[in-house]
Ligand binder design. Structure first.
Ligand code: NCD
Ligand code: ZN
Length: 345
């Protein structure tokens, strides 16, 4: 077995960069490895209009170190007041690559999200007309639905009806965490894709809860049972173009993670490629890593693959910092609880 792996430079199809000092702190961690990323719009206040996305894009580019190349692919945050004309104009100019749907209350900074899905029909119909993808945080928020069931219920009650009512709407099921998510995405044809995070390939719910509560493994959608983790591994390593990498790297300072009401999010930007190489090697699928991290995402989004390459070499365990210091405070880097042998050269 060779100890060098060359792939097209990867992209991250779901990333939280935040703003201000946090943006400056975390951006190099992604830009060091990834050529492009779909940038989540859940700032406070959210990125709602094209003008917000243009301004945020400028702040990201201003925070990028001079010796790094990185292209932020902007998104808008769907609200019940989103203007279909603004969406269409932002898409036509090339500024935005997707719209993000958060059910109100589902996750970090989702209060401005959608409560009544009928209220966003005009936007969804326009998106289907112009071929602009909808990135979906697929969890219901009903208090009577168990948190571990919220993804599967969302597919039945919300996502499938929306897709049936809106032929041609291109949808990315973001950060799927269940067998049901894998199966539904796999049955949807070319208009349906799904991102899978790095951490959901590695942890199950025991990692969060057994032997003391581990706030740095808490994210949304929350990690599920082992059988679901294995389904995600099988999907990611299958070579099926439905599934592609969206790290959902979501930095929160330690003070807000290690808290009585800790924030949701795992920060994986620093070591994602080493973790993925380890995971794909364990599953005998190193030859499929390039498809998952570098080829399937551009295919779904109709973008060219990157010209540059990334070389990973296998050797002694990779050393990476336990925490990243940002101007806002330390952020804990995701601990995969296994040695990582593949380093990005
Ligand atoms: C994300 C965040 O912190 O913005 N958190 C998370 O646990 N993934 C929001 C999200 O993608 O749900
Ligand atoms: Zn996210």
């Amino acid at each position: 077995m060779s100890d060098t792996l060359t792939l097209r430079r990867p992209d991250d199809w779901h990333l939280h960069l935040r703003d201000g000092a946090m943006l400056a702190g975390v951006l190099p961690e992604t830009a060091r490895h990834f050529a492009r990323a779909i940038i989540m719009p859940n700032l406070v206040p959210p990125v709602v209009r094209g003008s917000d996305a243009a301004a945020y894009r400028e702040r990201i580019l201003a925070a990028l170190p001079d010796d790094m190349s990185f292209e932020p692919l902007m998104t808008l945050y769907l609200t019940e007041d989103t203007d279909p004309d603004d969406v269409a104009a932002s898409h036509a100019s090339g500024l935005i690559k997707a719209i993000k749907l958060y059910p109100a209350g589902a996750t970090t900074n989702s209060a401005s999200g959608v409560r009544n899905f009928d209220h966003v029909r005009p936007v969804l119909e326009r998106m289907a007309d112009i071929g602009l993808p909808l990135c979906v945080h697929g969890e219901v928020t009903d208090s009577d639905i168990d948190i571990f069931d919220r993804e599967a219920v969302f597919i039945d009650r919300i996502l499938d009806p929306i897709r049936r009512k809106t032929p041609g709407l291109r949808v990315v099921m973001e950060h799927i965490t269940t067998q049901e998510g894998v199966a539904y995405a796999g049955s949807g044809g070319d208009d349906l894709g799904a991102t899978i995070t790095t951490h959901h390939l590695v942890i199950n719910r025991n990692d969060i809860l057994v032997g003391g509560i581990k706030p740095h493994y808490y994210c949304l959608p929350v990690a599920k049972r082992e059988e679901h983790r294995l389904a995600l591994r099988a999907a990611a390593t299958s070579g099926d173009p439905t599934y592609f990498l969206g790290t959902d790297s979501a930095p929160h300072v330690d003070a807000l993670k290690e808290h009585a009401c800790g924030c949701a999010g795992c920060f994986t930007a620093t070591n994602t490629m080493s973790i993925l190489a380890e995971v794909f090697e364990q599953d005998g699928a190193l030859d499929k890593l390039e498809r998952f991290a570098s080829l399937h995402g551009p295919r779904f989004y109709g973008l060219p693959v990157n010209d540059e390459t990334m070389v990973l070499t296998k050797g002694d365990p990779v050393v990476y910092p336990e925490k990243l210091d940002t101007g806002d405070g330390p952020v804990t880097v995701f601990d995969p609880k296994m040695p990582l042998h593949w380093r990005v050269s």
